[in-house]
Design a protein around this ligand. Structure first.
Ligand code: F6R
Length: 638
């Protein structure tokens, strides 16, 4: 995920670009850059680090120009270096491009361009676009109508596979910005005597409230007084506008009331990016999984490391790795493992999971594991440039984009998808797993998860029945046991309801004792090989007068008879039902919390709500705060 902004008008572009980038920094903050045209020359300034580094770099400089573009980067292809920062220029520096997305066939395109004599400055996929447009612009026949830059961009994009939002400037067309979109967001802001383009609305709101959302496959030719929309085939399209009624604070959350619900809603798009990056032309690509160059037949043991939700993702990984690879797989919680004497040798693969890449216990565990000289350490990480990315041998990026809310949602979903793909790939290479049905089903995840989001209203309605409870159990079997753990984690950390998860068969070994009338039990009961066992467990709980909320498969005609409430979710394989259930449980936890009147997004100490020792007070019924208590997004201390 990267942030894009462009401006054309009467005002000086640089302050507008910098202000816009500040609003988009949540989309990426490992490098930033701007390019501005003045006197038919393009000035490019870029640097690694946060936007403040770029601000420091250009402080005191005079960078004139009323047309310019800016970018804040979340690296995917190529390390975090000045050269890899955007904008990227063509060989002659006649044109510059900024890009958000992934060009899947960039290797092939790059080889072809290199053979034609193009010289590359960076390791990014984006730079091929600059050279492709240059090639098309320079060889374009004289057009009777239309703008040659728009036509060159169109021709270049016809050769590109993958996802993009791009914005292009050419020094000989200082009257035009060309933008195009495929799968990555791009919004045009229509002002008076000025127009803007950006990845997200907050970057536009200071200048206009009238916007046009570019659709997939559309291009825009933007001048200071006009915006022309066309498709990738060159056909003119209507300019469809809407007026934004949100204020700036709401806009940063994409119009959602909280980052948490915004991030939950980003899941289908995140999973689409993850799958596009990790599955190439129908086969799993070992390179972005961190598995390339490893003799997978020589692995004797896999150690999975993580904390909190990441550890639950590890447990899901263990189920699939053992099933599909038959390699003994252990899950170790960072805070425990670091004081262990690990059993690791040169045939052990160590995989550590972390959204932040900064969790102290996970970092210490990797350090300890490395001392035992494992075969390889792989970090499954969201935050590029984090300590963990530098610590491990190979990185598998989660590509979830910045996760602002303390409770992990979209990054967790990407973790479990990434581990499933690793398990399948290793199993295939070892000849243990030959069935391709999982791969075709996992490609449906963006569609399946979008269908879960369509149930939001129903989940919110059901949530209202659970807000007065103090306790809850989550139960599941097989791969849906880790999913139950994650569901209970979301409920407790957001709503402060005491929630525990158990393998469904375990309740009778102790936890049953706690159950009282209407005790809520959330049951993960998709159709599959443990369905009947789950029904038996549910009946046992019903007999003890528990309230049953089932997350079940659409079309299941039996489950309602055993449940007080049912959320019907799309039919899929058991392994993938975990991803579907996870999303539904995130929505459930969000709405329970919302209706309890508690806060949702960020950490804050709640000391004042705790009674003094020895002082008996009723727990507060409704705590009117704006952040969950006692939690930090990234736990950098032991
Ligand atoms: C739960 C949550 C935490 C984190 C844990 C590890 O919603 O966010 O349990 O999963 O603190 O954090 P990372 O993944 O950053 O290592």
């Amino acid at each position: 995920m990267c942030g894009i902004v462009g401006y054309i008008g009467e005002k000086q572009a640089v302050p507008i670009l910098m202000k816009g980038l500040a609003k988009l920094e949540y989309r990426g903050y490992d490098s930033a850059g701007i390019a501005v045209i003045s006197d038919r020359e393009i000035a490019i300034h870029k640097t690694t680090g946060k936007l403040e580094n770029l601000a420091r770099k250009i402080k005191g400089m005079t960078i004139p120009g009323t047309i310019g573009i800016g970018h804040t980067r979340w690296a995917t292809h190529g390390g975090v270096t000045d050269l890899n920062a955007h904008p990227h220029a063509s060989c002659k520096r006649d044109l510059v491009v900024i890009h958000n997305g992934i060009i899947e066939n960039y290797q092939e395109l790059k080889e072809d361009l290199l053979a034609k004599g193009h010289v590359f400055q960076s390791e990014t996929d984006t730079e091929v676009i600059a050279h492709l447009i240059e090639q098309e612009f320079d060889t374009l026949p004289t057009l009777s109508t239309g703008n040659p830059l728009t036509e060159a961009v169109r021709r270049a994009l016809s050769q590109v596979e993958g996802g993009y939002a791009i914005v292009v400037l050419h020094r000989n067309r200082p009257d035009t910005i060309v933008a195009a979109r495929m799968h990555n967001p791009l919004i045009i802001g229509l002002g008076k005597g000025e127009n803007l383009v950006a990845s997200d609305i907050p970057a536009l709101l200071d200048y206009t409230k009238v916007v046009c959302d570019l659709e997939n496959g559309q291009m825009a030719e933007i001048s200071k007084n006009s915006v022309r929309i066309s498709n990738l085939q060159g056909k003119e399209q209507p300019l469809v506008t809407r007026t934004i009624t949100w204020d700036v604070a709401q806009a940063e959350k994409g119009g959602y009331p909280h980052f948490l619900i915004k991030e939950i809603h980003e899941t289908p798009a995140v999973l689409r990016d993850v799958l596009r990056n990790k599955i190439r032309r129908g086969s799993i690509n070992p390179q972005p999984l961190g598995l390339e160059g490893l003799d997978l037949r020589k692995i004797n043991k896999i150690t999975l490391l993580g904390c909190g939700s990441a550890a639950y993702a590890c447990l899901y990984g263990k189920y699939l790795l053992e099933k599909w690879t038959r390699i003994t797989t252990e899950v170790q919680v960072g805070s425990e493992f670091r004081y262990h004497q690990p059993i690791i040798d040169g045939s052990t693969l160590v995989i550590a999971l972390s959204q932040s890449g900064e969790t102290a216990d996970t970092l210490a565990s990797i350090e300890l594991a490395k001392k035992a000289k494992p075969m390889r350490t792989i970090g499954v990480i969201n935050a590029i440039g984090s300590s963990m990315t530098r610590q491990v041998d190979q990185v598998c990026l989660l590509q979830a984009g910045p996760e602002i809310s303390v409770a992990s949602t979209k990054a967790f979903s990407s973790m479990i998808v990434s581990l499933a793909l690793m398990a399948l790939h290793i199993g295939k290479v070892r000849g243990v797993q030959t069935d391709d049905s999982f791969l075709s089903e996992i490609n449906r995840l963006p569609e399946l998860t979008s269908k879960v989001l369509e149930q939001e209203h129903e989940i919110a309605r059901i949530a209202t029945y659970y807000i007065h409870h103090q306790d809850a159990y989550y139960i599941g079997r097989d791969v849906n046991y880790p999913s139950a753990l994650e569901g209970s984690q979301k409920l407790k950390e957001l709503s402060y309801i005491h929630a525990e998860a158990y393998p469904a068969g375990e309740l009778k070994h102790g936890p049953n004792a706690v159950i009282y009338d209407h005790f809520p039990i959330i049951c993960l009961v998709p159709e599959g090989h443990v369905y009947k066992k789950m029904i038996s467990n549910i009946q046992e709980m019903k007999a003890r007068k528990a309230s049953i909320l089932s997350f079940a498969t659409e079309g299941d005609t039996r489950i309602a008879a055993h449940s007080d409430h049912v959320v019907f979710l799309p039919r899929t394989s058991e392994e993938i039902s975990v991803m579907v259930n996870t999303l539904a449980m995130q929505l459930f936890a969000y709405y329970v919390t919302l209706y309890k009147g508690y806060s949702i997004d960020q950490p804050r100490s709640l000391q004042k709500y705790f009674p003094k020792p020895g002082e008996i007070t009723a727990p507060p019924k409704s705590i009117d705060i704006d952040k969950p208590r006692n939690l930090a997004k990234s736990v950098t201390v032991e």
